[in-house]
Design a binder for this molecule. Structure first.
Ligand SMILES: O=C(O)/C=C/C(=O)CC(=O)CC(=O)O
Ligand code: CA
Ligand code: MG
Length: 428
């Protein structure tokens, strides 16, 4: 089916500012609650949230094969399970309904009243019920920087890294949407020069600039998803902040990898931007040398040109843009990550979340974590209020933004923005 929703010349009868991340060509999916406490699946155009369950009930999706109440849900899981043809049909239809040339809904005030909400009048929720969360480690620059600091500056990249999209299984219970604040974790750390650990609040809380992709059911247990079909099983992408406690991490990670340093909070942006919407921004990923094993060899361009930004904002003070990176820098693609994840027969479900791994580029201003930006805390960042940062302070807000832009359209993700709260000691 043709992706008519991507027509760059289409305009909407809903007002959309030029700088908006959500023109009529985006049509992301999310879950929101209205002032009347109705929870529903919706989309967004400009600063308007659109209730898809109301559109379905009022007959606007009549000829699309959909189960009853598929949008009157508190998660996207069932809709995602319906598969790519259905997502595409719904996006195409939403584009038609809100097209300037179509005045059916435009002229029906009764329908408009129950379908369209000002974005200020709704509250975004976690878009999916996340069964499993996996986090990859796919930026060569990030892996090299961390390897230099944590291990051996002369052999920064471990020998498996150029052959395997390395990852670890994370924890879905603490994945939260933008706006939910994160508490500084307590834990064990090994003070410098000591041989015994101490217990207390982490002193090195960090962010990791990542994106995440959300899957649909693609395989049975014991089967794999081939690399060149993997995109059929990717519903869409979000921005992701993998909050990380570096002091807890360095002490605990040997030999099984991150554990408590990374499962106290993972924040995601609430609107899932479909791969279909990102199609105009498809680009090549970095050349891979050595060539990966055949099951990881992909045909065609599998990366997307997504500009990424990170801001740090102290309480009641001016914020600062501290990182500018791009999704296209990643060495391993989402297709390779999904193919690798399933090559042993691991089952992927509708609503699983896969983190890209920290997205760093070659320039120091493109490093995707404070660990790298301040080089292990040795190069503090100056803030507009005169204070400095090595790691995140209590009441700092971390905001990540992401958008694609060409000379015709802008497709964005909005933001993921959350504050770090002080630790509370719950263990006596
Ligand atoms: O190299 C290590 O020991 C650990 C690296 C990380 O902290 C990275 C991680 O969570 C994966 C990523 O975001 O790239
Ligand atoms: Ca990470
Ligand atoms: Mg995390």
């Amino acid at each position: 089916m043709f992706i008519t929703a991507n027509d760059p010349n289409r305009t909407s009868w809903l007002e959309v500012e030029n700088s908006s991340d959500f023109p009529i060509q985006n049509i992301p999916f999310g879950v929101f609650i209205t002032k009347d406490d109705v929870i529903t699946i919706g989309t967004r155009i400009g600063n308007f949230a659109i209730d898809l369950s109301a559109l379905q009930m009022l007959g606007y999706f009549k000829d699309i094969e959909l189960t009853d109440d598929v949008f009157l849900q508190d998660s996207l899981n069932d809709f995602i399970a319906a598969g790519k043809k259905t997502w595409r049909a719904v996006r195409n239809r939403v584009a038609e309904i809100f097209d300037t040339k179509n005045d059916t809904l435009k002229n029906n005030q009764k329908h408009r009243d129950v379908i369209i909400f000002d974005i200020k009048d709704i509250e975004m929720q976690l878009p999916v019920l996340i069964g499993d969360y996996t986090d990859f480690y796919s930026s060569r620059e990030h892996a090299t920087n961390v390897g230099k600091m944590f291990r051996d500056p002369n052999n920064a990249l471990l020998p498996n890294w150029l052959h395997i999209p390395v990852g670890y299984h994370g924890r879905s219970s603490t994945v939260v949407p933008s706006g939910v604040n994160i508490k500084r974790p307590m834990g064990q750390t090994l003070p410098k020069g000591e041989s015994l650990p101490v217990f207390g609040p982490s002193k090195r809380v960090d962010f990791e600039l990542e994106t995440g992709f959300i899957t649909t059911d693609g395989n049975l247990m014991g089967e794999n998803i081939p690399v060149n079909q993997a995109e059929d099983y990717i519903f869409g992408m979000v921005l992701l902040n993998d909050w990380s406690a570096r002091d807890i991490q360095t002490w605990e990670y040997v030999p099984l990898g991150p554990f408590l340093a990374k499962n106290f909070g993972t924040s995601i942006s609430p609107w899932v931007v479909t791969l279909d919407a990102l199609e105009p921004f498809r680009v090549a990923s970095p050349t891979q040398n050595p060539a990966p094993l055949p099951y990881l060899q992909q045909k065609g361009d599998k990366a997307f040109d997504i500009n990424l930004e990170v801001y740090i904002t102290p309480k009641n003070a001016e914020g600062k843009l501290i990182c500018q990176s791009n999704f296209k820098y990643l060495y391993w693609t989402m297709s390779q990550q999904l193919a690798h994840h399933t090559i042993n027969g691991c089952k992927i479900n509708s609503g699983d979340l896969m983190g890209s791994g920290t997205i760093s580029g070659t320039e120091p201003t493109s490093f995707g974590s404070l660990l790298e930006l301040t080089w292990g805390g040795t190069k503090p960042i100056e803030m507009p209020d005169g204070s400095t940062r090595t790691f995140i302070e209590d009441y700092d807000t971390i905001t990540m933004k992401g958008y694609c832009q060409n000379n015709e359209i802008r497709i964005g993700f909005g933001e993921v923005s959350s504050m770090l709260l002080p630790a509370t000691v719950t263990v006596k």
